[in-house]
Design a protein around this ligand. Structure first.
Ligand SMILES: [Zn+2]
Length: 233
């Protein structure tokens, strides 16, 4: 367990720009993916500006990614510190910025890096399953800023290729139709299990009856010679 990800370039943000009265850090259970709407210059300016209540743990560039705070810091990235929607994003989730503008999908490097960051952060919390928000129980939940922010935002402006990311993270990447079919199949198996169980019980009862009859026959065979013996006597 570590607070700083190996492979990430450390570029610290101002230490004062994290935390709430409840504390400065704590366990995380997912991450919020953001669009930086700019490059390194803009992102560092926002990070260093003490008049702006904005901080985030990671920024993914085009040939490197930086970590600005320990992954478990309570950064101010998602405009959400109360638990509406089952999550207080700034407290429960890691913030990951991605360089670039709306309309520009993440590069292959950025996709690979954000997958690595999600994986590493989840591993620090002992979590190995990943799912898209609003799924949260027992998984590392993957969120878009606009899904949790208390103020309207377009971020990350459709830049996150979730299918690719979920596939890379080992999610089964099922469509809703496939999920429906799986549910149906599971219900079928459940019903079948009931029938099989009933048949097994009937077989067992039948076997018991056969055994009983068998014993009676055995006894009969034992008894008959004796009777004959008595007759002889
Ligand atoms: Zn954002």
């Amino acid at each position: 367990m570590g607070l700083w990800m190996p492979g990430a370039v450390r570029r610290h943000g101002p230490p004062v720009k994290v935390g709430y009265t409840s504390g400065a850090s704590g366990p995380k259970r997912g991450d919020v993916k953001h669009s930086a709407e700019g490059g390194w210059g803009g992102i560092h300016a926002v990070l260093d500006d003490l008049s702006r209540s904005a901080s985030f743990q990671f920024t993914v560039g085009y040939d490197r990614f930086e970590q600005h705070y320990p992954y478990n810091a309570h950064c101010w990235h998602a405009g959400d510190a109360d638990d509406d929607g089952g999550v207080a994003a700034n407290i429960d989730l890691v913030g990951i910025e991605h360089l670039g503008m709306a309309g520009t999908p993440l590069t292959d490097y950025q996709v690979a890096a954000t997958v690595q960051i999600s994986e590493w952060c989840a591993a620090q919390e002992g979590i190995t399953e990943f799912a898209r928000y609003p799924e949260q129980a027992g998984v590392w939940t993957l969120v878009e800023h606009n899904e949790v922010s208390d103020v309207p935002t377009a971020c990350p402006s459709g830049r996150i290729p979730w299918d690719t990311i979920l596939k890379a993270l080992g999610d089964d990447d099922m469509t809703d139709e496939e999920r429906r079919q799986l549910k149906e199949a599971e219900a079928g198996v459940k019903a079948l299990r009931g029938i099989v169980w009933d048949q097994a019980v009937r077989l067992h009862l039948l076997k018991e009856r056969v055994d009983k009859h068998g014993r009676r026959l055995d006894n009969h065979e034992l008894v008959v010679p004796a009777l004959h013996a008595e007759d002889d006597g």
